[in-house]
Design a protein. Structure first.
Lengths: 107, 120
């Protein structure tokens, strides 16, 4: 199984800050890396697929980058509504696996 | 717009069984693979199972293999998860999610989830 790690596990940042969340996989997954946002008490919501493709309706302050085993989700200017936990996911093979999540809090 | 609505969550004793349902609308259901994902209280996301549009391909996570069965009824636009031999650690919110079948296999959209509590 492909193991996923994320760092940091949590962060606190101010409105307007640039935020980076890193996801690392135990083997190369080509570009089969997706990012989800889960707000408190809600279902996860797709933000980015295929490393860097923004899902429709997602604000452009979200972006993704990376390759091979190292990937990054960037929020260019943090907003209050970005309070959430963010998960990376690999869909390169089965079993699908998720990272443990990064909880983003607003200072 | 695509909507997924899960149902069937309940309080069940260890060793018991439960059948979850996921009703879809707004899509040609048979064109899409589907997934079940769960989230234990305060924990992260765990993928459980995938079924292709025509039910020809099925995968399970090791944690549920032999105990849970995924199925679908395309005529009813519904996805199911039959859960047997339930354990305390199966307590979670269970989500269904549509599988992107264009190649990237991302999960979108997700249902709102249904809560399963396994406790004596």
């Amino acid at each position: 199984d492909i193991q996923m790690t994320q760092s940091p596990s949590s962060l606190s940042a101010s409105v307007g800050d640039r935020v980076n969340i890193t996801c690392r996989t135990s083997q190369s997954i080509s570009n089969y890396l997706n990012w989800y946002q889960q707000k408190p008490g809600k279902a996860p919501n797709l933000l980015i697929y295929g490393v860097s493709s923004l899902q429709g309706g997602v604000p452009s302050r979200f972006s993704g980058s990376g390759s091979w085993t190292d990937f990054t989700l960037t929020i260019s200017s943090l907003q209050v509504e970005d309070l959430a936990t963010y998960y990376c996911q690999q869909t390169y093979n089965f079993p699908r696996t998720f990272g443990p999540g990064t909880k983003v809090e607003i200072k | 717009e695509v909507y997924l609505v899960e149902s069937g969550g309940d309080l069940v004793h260890p060793g018991g069984s439960l059948r979850l349902s996921c009703a879809a609308s707004g899509i040609t259901f048979s064109d899409f693979g589907m997934n079940w994902v769960r989230q234990a209280p305060g924990k992260g996301l765990e993928w459980l199972s995938y079924i292709s549009g025509r039910s020809t391909t099925i995968y399970y996570a090791d944690s549920i293999k032999g105990r849970f069965t995924i199925s679908r009824d395309n005529g009813k636009k519904s996805l199911y998860l039959q859960m047997n031999s339930l354990r305390d650690d199966d307590t979670a919110v269970y989500y269904c999610a549509t599988n992107d079948d264009t190649g990237w296999n991302f999960f979108d959209p997700w249902g709102q989830g249904t809560l399963v509590i396994v406790s004596s």
